[in-house]
Design a protein around this ligand. Structure first.
Ligand code: SR1
Length: 345
């Protein structure tokens, strides 16, 4: 989906507070009573539906708060991201949201920002500093929901392929659940493990998955807990004509993903996901609370929902807006809320 389409969809899905709702919000505390608060969003990754929708949600929430949001796009480059945190400090950002990244290249610049009086919020990157609140999806629940569905559809004895790249906080948290799952179910045999995170993740994973499936014809389940991984796995399964034998269980959802899951004979049969636009909005609200001296707490989580192919097809779900309308807990989160913060709908 194009960036503008994602943005428009997120705007429509979230919507700004209505006039009536705005009237219900209480007066904003400093520095939001003056407007023009400068916040930077520094990113490691920008390519992919999750990241585009996250950014759209962050923009909507920032606009609702009158925040001057400066976005530093991620290029999968740890050195660049680090420089961008430095640039955000030099720019006079009052708060910085650091979205993903490699902790070792960020910890000291994040500390420098905090010590300069800047409020720092981390999304999906562990900066190991108690002064930096961490926004995350509940990755434990997200992985568990997908794995419970695997058991429901495949039992507890099967050969699996697992897509994983170490070093990314959400993937590491999901990996801990997969490791515990295998220990609890000795009949689950991980025959292949692979993965790539880059600006061409899906096509790289497709090549890796094809090689793994060719070498291990007994694989019937692929656990791919990131939608770009699932897209790659699906390309491989389809190219090898294995769609009636191999099922893919994933994380994340977008309108494009819903199409991939519900299309006829799709091997992608379930995904556990939050609405990334909601996670983007929550990240900005967490930064706003910190700036207002109303600390959002050390850990702010957004809960996922399980979306199965059967339920999406039966419900006629085609878009993220459909999901927002049908599953209120998907379209809205109360995390990092306050009476003075207009809640996007
Ligand atoms: C490379 S990390 C990929 C994950 O980041 C976000 O948490 C999304 O859920 C995605 O799966």
């Amino acid at each position: 989906m194009s960036k503008s389409l994602v943005l428009r969809a997120a705007l429509a899905a979230l919507g700004l507070a209505t006039a009536a709702q705005a009237a219900e919000t209480s007066a904003a505390p400093p520095p939001f009573d003056r407007g023009g608060v400068k916040v930077a969003l520094v990113r490691y990754l920008s390519v992919g539906d999750f990241y585009q929708a996250y950014e759209a949600g962050a923009r909507v929430q920032a606009k609702a708060l009158g925040i001057d949001l400066r976005i530093f796009p991620g290029k999968q480059d740890a050195t660049l991201e680090r420089e961008q945190v430095e640039q955000a400090i030099a720019l006079g950002a009052q708060a910085i949201v650091i979205d993903h990244g490699l902790p070792e290249s960020l910890k000291d610049v994040a500390r420098k920002a905090v010590e300069a009086g800047i409020k720092v919020v981390a999304f999906d990157v562990n900066l190991d500093d108690p002064r930096i609140p961490q926004v995350e999806q509940s990755d434990q629940a997200l992985a568990q929901e997908a794995l419970d569905q695997i058991v429901q559809e495949n039992g507890t004895s099967f050969q699996a392929a697992y897509v994983y790249v170490a070093g990314f906080a959400p993937l590491d948290r999901r990996d801990a659940v997969w490791t515990a799952f295998k220990a609890a179910h000795p009949g689950v045999v991980e025959k292949a493990r692979f993965g790539t995170v880059s600006d061409t993740t899906a096509s790289a994973v497709a090549d890796q998955a094809k090689a793994a499936l060719r070498a291990n014809p007994g694989i019937t389940v692929i656990f791919a807990p990131y939608d770009e991984f699932a897209r790659g796995a699906k390309l491989a399964v389809n190219e090898l004509n294995l769609a009636d034998r191999v099922k893919i269980y994933a994380a994340d959802v977008s309108t494009a993903d819903i199409g991939e899951i519900t299309e006829p004979h799709s091997p992608w049969v379930a995904t556990a996901a939050t609405n990334p636009a909601v996670v983007g909005a929550v990240s900005i609200r967490a930064a706003a609370l910190a700036l207002a001296g109303q600390g959002p707490g050390p850990r702010i989580t957004v809960e996922p929902v399980l979306l199965t192919q059967g339920a999406l097809r039966e419900g006629g779900v085609r878009t993220i807006a459909d999901l927002n309308a049908r599953i209120p807990a998907f379209g809205r989160s109360e995390a990092a809320s306050a009476s003075w913060i207009p809640q996007p709908r």
